[in-house]
Design a protein around this ligand. Sequence first.
Ligand SMILES: N[C@@H](CCC(=O)N[C@@H](CS)C(=O)NCC(=O)O)C(=O)O
Length: 187
Amino acid sequence: MALHEKALPFDIQPVDLGAKAQHDPDYAAKSLTHRVPTLIHDGFALSESSAIAEYVDEVFPGTALYPADTQNRARARQIQAWIRSDLTPLKQERPTEVVFAGETWPPLSPEAQRAAEKLISAAEFLLPDNAKTLFEQWSIADVDLAVTLNRLIFNGDPVPNHLVTYANEQWQHPSVQLWLKQSSPGN
Ligand SMILES: N[C@@H](CCC(=O)N[C@@H](CS)C(=O)NCC(=O)O)C(=O)O
């Protein structure tokens, strides 16, 4: 999505996680963490999506992926780090298949419900007055937050209306749509 947002040309080499291809020697030699995504640019290989997004933003011109203001940029990085490191029960019970493959999962356990409440309360704090973006301008943290809210929304779990509107509008962001089309089966 970061590469689409910057309108950069790139090739994708899919990695079959089902076949544990992330541990194949060829891939493991390139990907320090043996995980996807891994960006390869000018012979430099980098995994961890938020590190990739920051690298792409620093190296390439075009639309900024992170806010220019120091505190807003720190907040964007905080949201990315938090979403990647917390909310584990929610992510287990509302896996990405809910968002990307139309799956519906059973009701949340009390633990996952607590994580959902924490997510919603943070989103409400970050998006007062029906804000359309986290900061004055769109940033990649909007995508992280929208994907995480959509884990609940796409499953039919209750989410306040203004956050549903926010996540729906973020989903229509052009580079998100390009990313979704490129990730869909058959592409
Ligand atoms: N925090 C990492 C998560 C990367 C991640 O979990 N990738 C998964 C696929 S979405 C993966 O490579 N799983 C295989 C594995 O960990 O062996 C990021 O944002 O890049």
